[in-house]
Ligand binder design. Structure first.
Ligand code: NDP
Ligand code: MG
Length: 389
């Protein structure tokens, strides 16, 4: 296709992950539109090297400093700058060498680089929902101050964002976040208590990183997304509804003041919201599989089972109460999920760890950024103690 815009230089933070690798597929398919300017990884140096040799970025960062010599050696003959360490992630995010950051690091670790990008006025395509869960007020305030667009990548929020194009003057009555329900939809606690990591890692509709896959199985993911929606679209908690829609065809909906509902639909494929965020406001032609209405298909909807999937209820409490509670919940959840992935706690214990941590850590109504960092640390330590990590 003809390209009336200059190539958009993308900095992919978390290029070795599920979102990062799919973003590189999108870039590879559209070399006239996008280039990969920065690639970052934490552990997976082999994939980072392979990506760097293929996409020839300006800069790569490997989070784990021990791996620096190997990456540096492997790229010695390429014209690519190599940095290492967590500080380097922030420093590179602060460099004026890219046009848009794709924030695709998982968890709290994604917060600081994203803050840096916003600080120097770079648009952010945001996959890392934990950033907004931890410090959404500060992130969105800084984005407004610096006139930085924050474009959602999360499929639900991309759907809402797409429904809102052309509607800036119209008031949202509510948004409806759809949830697949995960692999344990319809199950009860007596079943969940025996669930093992291999089973929880099998998601029916999406192929994602380990952490978000477990969050989807517990419905914490939908809770994180409610908080993410609050900040992205400036909503009150009561304007955010969750409905289970197992087919994942409607990616989410917006209801306006006149009762009209807009939905964004398609087959579940993260490459579409990734591509939309990278190219916004343009749509880019592709040959991804299309949804076919002629096939016998039923779209169904049901209420989430909050008594069984208690993490969603905990997230609603955090959403309603605000302050540092979402940050505390997020930290405890990260600890609990990683403990579950290492077979240290069972599926239902994760909820206990999160709930106890939320009860224990001091509540702060309007935290500063440092207080968010501190709350995260305190909550992590408390949760790890509970599990005896
Ligand atoms: P993955 O686990 O697949 O990838 C995570 C990426 O972050 C990897 O590149 C990893 O590097 C890097 N990383 C991990 N820990 C650190 C750290 N401490 N410091 C720096 N980098 C780190 O995750 P996903 O791609 O699934 O998810 C990324 C984000 O996008 C999450 O916040 C998730 O909630 C969100 N998201 C994901 C969706 C999906 O379909 N996957 C859908 C919607 C949202 P390495 O592998 O080299 O260690
Ligand atoms: Mg989502």
């Amino acid at each position: 296709m003809t390209n009336e815009y200059p190539t958009r230089r993308i900095a992919i933070f978390g290029s070795t992950g599920s979102i990062g690798t799919q973003a590189l597929e999108v870039i590879a398919s559209n070399p006239a539109i996008f280039s990969a300017e920065v690639l970052t990884a934490y552990n997976n140096e082999d994939l980072l090297i392979e990506q760097a040799l293929r996409f020839n970025p300006n800069i790569v960062v490997i989070g784990d400093e021990k791996k620096y010599p190997k990456v540096k050696d492997a790229l010695a003959n390429a014209d690519i700058k190599v940095f290492a360490g967590e500080k380097a992630l922030e420093e590179v995010a602060s460099m004026d060498c890219y046009d848009l950051m794709l924030a695709a690091i998982v968890g709290y670790a994604g917060l600081r680089p994203t803050l840096k990008a916003i600080g120097i006025g770079k648009p952010v395509a945001l996959a890392n929902k934990e950033t907004l869960v931890v410090a959404g007020d500060i992130i969105m305030r800084k984005a407004v101050e610096n006139r930085v667009p924050v474009i959602p990548v999360d499929s639900e929020h991309s759907a809402i964002f797409q429904c809102l194009v052309g509607e800036t003057r119209n008031r949202i009555e509510k948004v409806v976040l759809t949830a697949s329900g995960g692999p344990f939809l319809g199950r009860k606690p007596n079943y969940l208590v025996n669930v093992k990591r291999e089973h929880a890692l099998q998601h029916p509709n999406w192929n994602m990183g380990a952490k978000i896959t477990i969050d989807s199985a517990t419905l914490m993911n939908k809770g994180l997304e409610m908080i993410e929606a609050k900040w992205l679209f400036n909503l009150k908690p009561e304007q955010i509804q969750v409905v289970i829609h197992p087919q994942s065809i409607i990616h989410s909906m917006v209801q306006f003041e006149d009762g009209s509902i807009k939905a964004q639909m398609g087959l579940p494929d993260m490459k579409l919201p990734i591509q939309y965020a990278l190219a916004f406001p343009k749509r880019v032609a592709n040959n991804f599989p299309r949804y076919d209405f002629k096939k016998v298909n039923t779209l169904t909807f049901e209420e989430p089972d909050l008594r069984t999937f208690r993490n969603l209820g905990l997230a609603m409490t955090a959403l309603n109460k605000g302050g540092n509670l979402p940050a505390v919940m997020n930290a405890a959840n990260e600890i609990a999920v990683y403990a579950f992935l290492r077979n240290r706690v069972n599926f239902l214990d994760m909820t206990e760890v999160i709930e106890k941590t939320m009860q224990k850590v001091n509540f702060i109504e309007s935290p500063t950024l440092d207080e968010y960092f501190e709350s995260d640390g305190v909550a992590r330590n408390y949760a790890a103690d509970l599990i005896k990590l």
